[in-house]
Design a binder for this molecule. Structure first.
Ligand code: MSP
Length: 515
């Protein structure tokens, strides 16, 4: 058995339309966790990808007059562009149309059949193509799916999975693994749903063919959610090497709150039926609105990520997506909030702290890292607060409390700004040059630690600052967190970290009014 690897996943995105900012949200937050774990010395397997089968995608392809696969190739490539744009550091990008995945789905069918949890029956009920989900009559709200999506009547001979056999086992599992579903409110929702009793699940479709064929049942294709959930196993090496390579089980599946039933009920039941280990955790994040409105086609407010990165830079947008909304809660994306977080906090509070410190070192210390003299209580206090960040962040990252993690960091940014204000090093150049150097040493040391822990959030800006502080690539992992700057080392000329974003208002249609 190889070393256990930290396996983190995003949902695989439907390719019925191009990526928008909420997709970037899920991927950026997952990326921040993956980068943190790597910097903290873990081996990581970070997986994302595209969900390409099913009626929804087939219909979208038809609407464009394309063959489904050609359409999927085109849209999947746009998700890969989004990953490059947003600086996503995934280790695997999986497409459900790949042979390795088809092979895994086939193997899973064989396993489920052999385990006796599959039977043939007639499905008669409602289907929402938008949700790719079956509903009973009783679940409909005003003739629509509970999500508001239209439904159509479906009556066909399908293969069923005996989900009803797993109710007790699932409840026991939730009970003995209190950390499996987070946040806690989502856990209650799932437990409540399972307690009401589970019905068997139709896991094949017969009325269209854009899916993975069910072995031994011509005319049936795999239900898209069984197909999609299995991507996590495919990427971890199922069926050939899942048990041996240290990737499975997943440490955390990051998903939106709308898809927890699939991840917390269906997925563990499939895995139990196939005798495979269950993931350690499913973390459900909340939903964004834009200027108070739900994202929707009719409002045309599915913001493409590039529309924001062009104005605010990639690091700015990454920072906003983690900083603005508590991970797990809902949030609103507004022009005011973008300005406050990116221009106010990242640019002014952090960027200016860095620039002020570095320009003073250039000016008063001959461009060399200053050596400290005797430390005052104020110096010690700031250094101690900066040193305490890493253990605090480890705790927050253990719970995926990413917004709280940014607050740990921002408390130090605030304290460092106050320190400089109070100590006013620029007034000491003539009278007390030793004290001036000590203050700038303390500020530079604090910046070094800030830059190290900001790497997962704003990788380019953090690297830029570490360059300016003379911290080499070998001293950038968290193992070097306590390795102080070398006094006397020559530093490059200071450069602004975050050039001010365009002050011009966004182009028409960039964001709905009043943004
Ligand atoms: N294909 C499925 C997932 C299969 S995983 C085995 C799917 N895809 S999706 O493209 O529709 O959604 C992907 C993710 O984007 C979901 O986690 C969803 O919650 C998230 N978001 C879509 N709109 C959103 C917001 N407005 N706000 C935040 N995230 C939301 O579901």
């Amino acid at each position: 058995m190889s070393d256990q690897i930290f396996n983190i996943t995003t949902p695989i995105y439907y390719v019925n339309g191009p990526p928008h900012i909420a997709h970037a949200y899920t991927s950026v937050n997952s990326d921040v966790i993956a980068r943190f774990m790597r910097l903290d010395g873990r081996k990581v397997w970070f997986v994302t990808g595209t969900d390409e089968h099913g009626q929804k995608v087939a219909q979208a392809a038809r609407a464009e007059g394309c063959e489904p696969l050609e359409f999927c190739d085109r849209i999947s490539a746009r998700f890969q562009d989004m990953n490059r744009l947003m600086n996503i550091s995934h280790d695997d990008f999986i497409r459900t149309t790949e042979p390795r995945h088809k092979n895994a789905v086939r193997a899973m069918w064989e396993k489920l059949k052999a385990s006796g949890y599959i039977y043939e029956g007639v499905f008669a009920g409602w289907y929402s193509v938008r949700d790719e989900q079956f509903f009973d009559e009783a679940e409909l709200v005003d003739g629509q799916a509970p999500t508001g999506a239209p439904v159509e009547w479906v009556e066909e001979r399908n293969l069923f999975f005996r989900l009803s056999a797993f109710g007790e086992a699932l409840l026991e599992f939730y009970d003995s693994h209190p950390d499996f579903i987070a946040p806690a409110s989502r856990r209650n929702e799932v437990v409540g749903f399972v307690r009401e009793g589970l019905r068997d699940l139709s896991i094949s479709r017969a009325s269209f063919d854009w899916g993975i064929p069910v072995p031994g049942h011509p005319g049936q294709v795999t239900y898209v959610w069984l197909d999609a959930l299995l991507n996590y196993a495919t990427s971890a090496g199922y069926p050939d090497s899942l048990a041996a390579n240290g990737v499975w089980p997943a440490d955390v599946h990051v998903v939106g709150k709308d898809i927890i039933r699939f991840h917390c009920v269906f997925w563990p039941a499939f895995l139990m039926a196939a005798d495979l280990p269950l993931p350690k955790r499913v973390f459900a994040h909340g939903w964004w609105t834009v200027e108070g409105e739900k994202m929707s086609k009719s409002l045309d407010n599915f913001i493409p990520p590039e529309r924001l990165t062009e104005r605010f830079g990639v690091d700015g947008v990454r920072f906003f997506l983690v900083r603005e909304m508590a991970f797990g809660a809902d949030g609103d994306m507004t022009e005011v909030a973008l300005q406050r977080r990116i221009v106010g906090e990242l640019g002014n509070e952090f960027g200016n702290l860095a620039h002020r410190t570095l320009t003073m070192i250039a000016r008063y210390c001959d461009g060399r890292t200053p050596a400290p003299g005797v430390l005052t209580a104020q110096d010690e206090a700031l250094l101690a607060q900066a040193a305490a960040m890493l253990p605090a962040l480890r705790l927050q990252f253990g719970e995926q409390a990413l917004q709280a993690a940014t607050q740990v960091i921002w408390n130090v940014v605030g304290a460092a700004n106050k320190y400089l204000q109070d100590e006013a090093p620029w007034t000491r150049a003539k009278g007390d040059p030793d004290r001036l150097k000590t203050i700038l040493h303390v500020a530079a040391e604090t910046l070094r630690r800030l830059a190290l822990v900001l790497q997962p959030f704003v990788p380019d800006a953090a690297a830029n600052l570490l360059d300016q502080l003379g911290v080499g690539p070998q001293a950038r992992s968290f193992a070097s967190f306590d390795q102080a700057l070398v006094a006397g080392a020559p530093l490059p000329d200071p450069r602004v970290l975050f050039p001010r974003p365009e002050s011009a208002p966004p182009p028409a249609g960039a964001m709905p009014s009043p943004m």
